[in-house]
Design a protein around this ligand. Structure first.
Ligand code: HEM
Length: 539
């Protein structure tokens, strides 16, 4: 009996389903046709009709998904070149939409100069405020940091009555531009390199794969990053911070490799792997500022102490203070570690270049191997190879871009950029332009920076002074750390090569840069491309 009932019910269900399928087919087809037609109309309107109606606005690279392009477009030179050539290769600013935001890409040196001159409607501050917001600063704190302060306030001089956010740029320069404050930091770097570049200390980093009495084996990218972040952290904050969280450099590194999720404002459910180490760095900085000043200040740079005083004076405390200083920690560490890695990689893969670098810098060391004259390494006339390798590493491995928020409609390069968009000046396009840097721009050729060898139409002797050469950005936000960066990287590499032999283990290929991954200056390597090296004591 029950089986008859069941059979009858099943037949009824089957015919119901068949009926609905009969209806569903045409409904689905009509919906798809309707949606596709809408998409075609939207695309034709946006990328054909609108540009025709508004020829004064930058042409936009077309896309199919209304939210815009993916993450690789803005960070990938090849794709930017493709977009530019698709739009007619005119050198005019052009537009890209990614993640719902319009980015105006400026590719000409003279247009980028217009961007740098305009501090009224192209705002760097708005970009920094965006970073403060996504990293967790409260709105009232952001407002306080960007509220004009009295010209006669105590503390760091403020003759123009600027906000602390703007004044911070002057404070960076006060610490980092040539002068006694920079010299004090350079002395700290010298002491760190001299005191820590020994086998026992180098073997203590977490990535070390194996140790023996006279050598260690390490994955170069990971190890060099750990060592360099430790250096930057110790020099700026003293050893108190390492005491609070010995694994802080590793946490920062984990965050920094995923920084693109922060830059593209990935939602929380997709960015936990970036947010967790970021939270740890901020929590450790928060604990650092809770240590009574008398117990920690001696080891910290002037800037860290001055920034703390200025921030506390306007009510920025606790986690908010830690987040502000987190941005400083980021600026100090994100690019220098990667530049040191790329420089070492190029040298290790070019033994004759490595020998020249070692020979040139030998005079900076005393007979016992102590670093006695690090400033010699900074002199292009005495160390032309170091100078050329430094410039060529920045050129080939750099992805510096200047970013400004458009706060009111603004004309750049004859095109009107609309309020709310973002201007991006991707310097790498010019750094890879044969008209600017000479033949074979995609190859690592340090000789293009040596005036006597740069002839034959290769590169101009004045390349380093060209307005197209911007590895550190430009305008009033040009990297204030560039002198310290060069000093730290070239001295670290010189001391490492002086005391150790650094050799490839096996025959790994040269690592590839992960060009599609957005960064704030120097490119990371592609996942899986780290390679082992043996670092052994030299006789
Ligand atoms: C090779 C290593 C480095 C590279 C390639 C680099 C690159 C850059 C770039 C591209 C900018 C943005 C410029 C712009 O918006 O136009 C920048 C800004 C900045 N960098 Fe660096 N940087 C390096 C190392 C450092 C170091 C070691 C420090 C600190 C000790 C530092 C501190 C800063 C600061 C504070 C800013 C913000 C500018 C300001 O507000 O004053 N940088 N850097």
């Amino acid at each position: 009996m029950s089986s008859v009932v069941n059979t009858t019910a099943t037949s009824a269900e089957i015919s119901a389903i068949q009926g609905s399928e009969g209806l569903l087919g045409p409904v689905l087809a009509r919906t798809v046709v309707c949606l596709l037609s809408l998409l075609f109309v939207w695309r034709a309107w946006r990328f054909t009709v609108l540009p025709f109606l508004h020829p004064d606005q930058p042409k936009e690279f077309p896309y199919w998904i209304p939210f815009g392009l993916g993450k690789t477009h803005l960070a990938n030179t090849g794709e930017l070149m493709l977009a530019r050539s698709y739009l007619g290769n005119t050198d005019d600013p052009f537009a890209l939409t990614a993640f719902g935001m319009t980015f105006y890409v400026v590719t000409q040196a003279k247009h980028s100069a217009e961007v740098y001159r305009n501090t009224e409607t192209l705002s760097f501050e708005a970009f920094v405020q965006g970073l403060m917001r996504i990293n967790g600063n409260d709105e009232d704190i952001i407002k306080a940091v960007y509220t004009a302060l009295p010209a006669d306030k105590t503390g760091f001089p403020n003759p123009q009555g600027e906000s602390l956010g703007v004044l911070a740029q002057r404070m960076h320069a006060h610490q980092l531009h040539p002068g006694e404050n920079l010299a004090a930091l350079q002395k700290q770097v010298q002491a760190w390199v001299d005191g820590h570049l020994n086998l026992a200390d180098l073997a203590s980093f977490p990535s070390v794969a194996s140790t023996s009495p006279a050598s260690i084996e390490v994955p170069l990218y990971q190890w060099c990053s750990e060592a360099f972040i430790q250096l930057g952290q110790d020099v700026y904050f003293g050893e108190t911070l390492a005491g609070i969280d010995p694994a802080l450099p590793a946490a920062f590194l984990a965050f920094d490799e995923l920084i693109w999720k922060m830059l593209y404002r990935y939602p929380g459910f997709l960015s936990g792997d970036m947010a967790a180490p970021r939270a740890r760095v901020i929590a450790s900085l928060n604990r650092y500022f809770q240590v009574p000043p008398g117990q920690r200040r001696g080891g910290a740079a002037w800037l860290v102490n001055a920034m703390e005083d200025e921030m506390r004076a306007i009510g920025v405390e606790g986690k908010n203070l830690a987040i502000v200083v987190f941005h400083l920690y980021l600026a100090i560490n994100t690019n220098a570690r990667k530049t040191a890695f790329w420089m070492l990689s190029y040298l290790i893969h070019n033994p004759s270049l490595l020998a020249a670098y070692r020979a040139e810098t030998a005079a900076a060391f005393g007979p016992s191997g102590a670093l006695v004259d690090p400033l010699l390494i900074q002199e292009p006339a005495r160390c032309p190879c170091v100078d050329a390798v430094w410039h060529e590493t920045l050129r080939v491995s750099g992805w510096a871009a200047s970013v400004r928020l458009v706060t009111a409609d603004t004309v750049v390069g004859g095109k009107r950029l609309r309020r709310g968009g973002c201007v991006v000046v991707p310097h790498r396009l010019l750094h890879l332009d044969a008209r600017v840097v000479g033949a074979r721009p995609d190859c690592f050729r340090p000789e293009r920076w040596v005036p006597s060898k740069a002839g034959g139409g290769d590169a101009r002797a004045g390349l380093a002074r060209s307005p197209a050469w911007r590895p550190f950005g430009g305008g009033k936000t040009m990297c204030s750390g560039r002198f310290l960066a060069r000093y730290s990287v070239t001295v670290f590499v010189a001391a490492l090569l002086r005391r150790f032999d650094v050799q490839l283990v096996g025959d790994p290929p040269f690592p590839r840069a992960d060009e599609g991954r957005p960064v704030l200056g120097t490119m990371s390597i592609k996942e899986g491309d780290d390679f082992p090296v043996r670092i052994s004591l030299r006789a």
